[in-house]
Design a protein around this ligand. Structure first.
Ligand code: H2U
Ligand code: ZN
Length: 340
């Protein structure tokens, strides 16, 4: 197998059914491309110009309360709206569109402008886990909401508009593309094998050890066999759970324990805040039981070789399929070493 992994090869993504092209020999090529500015270090605990800090005014004119833990508000520029009446558009059999109702919220993790998920105290982080759980439960219980996407863009490179620690929640009427593919693949496995796809995958990774980054009693972080982004990781619950409200108190504590360990390992790769987009994938809230669903998070960081050399999804990737240079195994090796 070693020789296959040293040559160009393609790997199957179990969760989507799509392929990724792995070209391990390409890391030696010279780089004359774009150089991003290194992130600025040192932020004050309160920034009077920040629209997420306690007591400050937001762009829409609303004022944040003097919050002391987490704070959730409806996004002032929501991409989805709850009230739009159902309308459909059809021209022949080819052109189709329909109203998509939903809600978008912003979750501030902390009143402190200078913190991140990587350096918040565990008690405060546990409050964030509780807020994610409450939001999933509350929004998912709305009769027209079939999917709740909790996510975070971290760092300007990933499109975060503000360094204040925060994430977003978009809840909507239809299951979006990626969770729909994952639902389909997990359901098919559940029906044909009478077992959970990701429970089985975890067993394989546990026995091989090669791609495991870190773990605690309740969660495992690994570089998935089919990772696309250079240091992409997946966090999986060790028990078969479908969504945040299924977790025990101990599991919530363990989630608050493992998240900062992973993020700090990322920050050590280049000794600087490591940009990423992350989010949880959970059971749809469409009224079905979804026993096939296994809770997990994806971390997609764009950086490849230094704070200035990043991965772009261009050319072949836009037109054909994703491609990566370093192997998932070598990325896991490096991350494992950096987890403290
Ligand atoms: P990002 O950093 O991931 O862009 O998230 C910040 C969100 O905050 C963004 O979706 C919203 C933006 O619409 N926002 C407000 O709701 N109110 C504001 O005053 C500014 C930004
Ligand atoms: Zn702030």
């Amino acid at each position: 197998m070693e020789t296959l992994f040293e040559k160009p090869h393609r790997r199957l993504n179990l969760l989507t059914g799509e392929h990724v092209l792995v070209s391990p020999h390409r890391t030696k090529r010279p780089w004359l491309g774009m150089v991003d500015a290194a992130p600025a270090a040192g932020r004050p605990p309160y920034d009077p110009g920040c629209y997420l800090c306690p007591g400050n005014e937001r762009a829409g004119g609303a004022r944040n309360p003097a919050y002391t833990e987490t704070f959730v508000f409806d996004n002032d520029y929501a991409a989805l709206l709850p009230g739009a009446g159902p309308e459909t558009f059809e021209r022949g059999r080819l052109l189709r569109a329909e109203t998509e109702r939903g809600l978008c919220r912003v979750l501030c993790y902390s009143p402190r402008h200078d913190l991140t998920l990587g350096n918040m105290e565990s008690a405060a982080l546990r409050k964030v886990v509780d807020a994610w759980t409450d939001q999933y439960a509350e929004l998912g219980a709305l009769p027209f909401i079939r999917h709740v996407q909790i996510f975070e863009n971290n760092g300007a490179m990933m499109g975060a508009s503000n360094p204040h620690p925060h994430g977003q929640i978009w809840a909507e009427e239809q299951i979006p593309n990626e969770p729909a593919k994952e639902t389909d693949r997990q359901l098919r496995h559940w029906q044909s094998e009478k077992s959970c796809l990701l429970c089985e995958y975890l067993d394989v990774e546990d026995s091989q050890q090669e791609r495991i980054v870190c773990r605690n009693d309740s969660f495992t972080v690994l570089v998935p066999f089919w990772a696309v982004w250079p240091y992409e990781t997946m966090l999986l619950s060790r028990a078969h759970r479908g969504a945040l409200p299924d977790f025990t108190e101990k599991e919530r504590d363990d989630l608050a324990d493992i998240l900062p360990r992973l993020i700090r390992a990322y920050d050590r790769i280049f000794d600087a805040p490591f940009p990423y987009s992350m989010g949880f994938h959970q059971r749809p809230t469409d009224g079905g039981q979804h026993p096939e669903w296994h809770f997990h998070a994806h971390f997609f960081p764009p950086l490849l070789r230094s704070t200035t050399i990043r991965k772009f999804m261009v050319g072949y990737e836009l037109l054909a399929q994703p491609q990566r240079d370093i192997t998932p195994e070598s990325a896991a090796e490096r991350l494992k070493y950096l987890v403290k």
